[in-house]
Design a binder for this molecule. Structure first.
Ligand code: NAP
Length: 327
């Protein structure tokens, strides 16, 4: 252990993987990467001095449950080899502002946020740092405060957002491959993020507004009456962004196919509304609205969905009873 610590100090870039955001996805990575190779970045600098770390139960894809203990990173004695960022999109810039001054400028930072906008904000704020984005279809949730469940097996794609990140992507993929998850280098990461954005924009707000599982949106009048226009808006914005979108009909078919395939799943947006937590709507349909505005395009369906999700969140927060211990 002392050797590992010494190595981390004397060889910048070879230390443990530091995870920023000890939520569902952060705990999934910490549980699956080899023991001793990860740390969590504490929320408040200095708290690691008295805190032994984080312990939780992890349920893997086969239903086996076991305890996981992850130490907290002490910036004064350790230099991480990579940082993976698993905060929600809206928390990411602030969380990095608080921590990046401690991180060596050559260390890769991998952003795991859904949606779009937070990744660009980070890359624009630190253009000289090696910043990467990841798109993952792995699923993790926390049914209670002490348990993290690997709820869905998927794949992960990682690509560079800044020039200095490009030569480091293969190394990060190799490091994360130790988790046993399927991880790919992705030179076209923005295109892949857009692909996921389309699906999220076409499913998540409907589930949050209608308070239903993914498959239940398919027959709902709100979805049936607006999904065609939603796809026209998405296609138009993508054209103006210089991307090659599918036709609106193909896009709608893709959205419906995913809703059907994941019919019983509850979207993160729907569960965030339930828990009275802020959603990532500003980085999904809200992002489409802001890009449409930048191109002088109308986006009334995305605007309507964004406003209705925000209204649901506000109403839920007002009516939510105190739930001690809820995460
Ligand atoms: N979960 C999945 O299966 C999954 C799959 C694909 C993509 N994603 C994306 O991954 C991101 C994280 O999702 P998640 O489900 O893991 O969310 P989550 O469970 O809410 O985890 C986010 C974590 O970040 C912490 N955090 C917030 N601000 C922080 C700060 N300033 N410093 C340190 N930690 C901070 C939160 O702490 P508090 O709770 O105390 O605020 C929370 O533990 C989202 O963008 C999501 O869309 C998730």
């Amino acid at each position: 252990m002392a050797d590992a610590r010494h190595q981390a100090q004397s060889a910048p870039g070879n230390g443990r993987i530091a995870i920023l955001g000890a939520g569902s996805l952060g705990r999934l990575w910490a549980a699956l990467l080899p023991a001793g190779t990860t740390t969590f970045i504490p929320r408040q600098y200095g708290s690691e001095k008295n805190d032994p770390g984080l312990t939780y139960r992890f349920q893997d894809r086969h239903g086996y449950e076991y305890p996981i203990s992850v130490p907290l990173l002490d910036w004064s004695t350790e230099s991480p080899g990579a940082v993976i960022v698993t905060t929600k999109a809206g928390d990411t810039l602030g969380a990095l502002e608080a921590n990046l001054p401690n991180l060596k400028p050559s260390v890769p930072v991998v952003l795991f946020q859904n949606g779009m906008g937070s990744q660009q904000a980070v890359a624009e704020r630190w253009p000289d740092r090696p910043i990467m984005a990841a798109s993952t279809t792995e699923g993790a949730n926390r049914p209670d405060a002490r348990t993290t469940v690997h709820a869905g097996e998927g794949e992960t794609w990682i690509g560079a957002l800044t020039a200095s990140a490009s030569p480091l992507v293969a190394g990060v993929v190799a490091q994360l491959n130790a988790s046993g998850l399927v991880i790919h280098e992705e030179p076209g990461i923005l295109k892949r993020l857009w692909g996921k954005l389309i699906i999220n924009a076409g499913i998540n707000p409907y589930t949050a507004i209608l308070d239903c599982a993914n498959g239940d949106i398919l027959d709902a009048p709100l979805f049936r009456n607006t999904v065609g226009a939603l796809c026209l808006e998405l296609v138009s914005v993508m054209h103006h962004e210089g991307l090659s979108p599918p036709s609106p009909e193909e896009m709608q078919a893709q959205i419906e196919a995913v809703a059907r395939k994941t019919a019983k799943n509850t979207s993160s947006m729907c569960s965030d509304v339930h828990r009275g937590k802020p959603t990532e709507i500003d980085y999904i349909n809200g992002y489409i609205v802001s890009r449409a505005r930048a191109h002088n395009l109308p986006a009334p369906v995305n605007q309507m969905l964004t406003e209705r999700v925000k209204l649901r969140t506000a109403t839920q927060q007002e009516t939510k009873p105190d739930t001690p211990g809820a995460t």
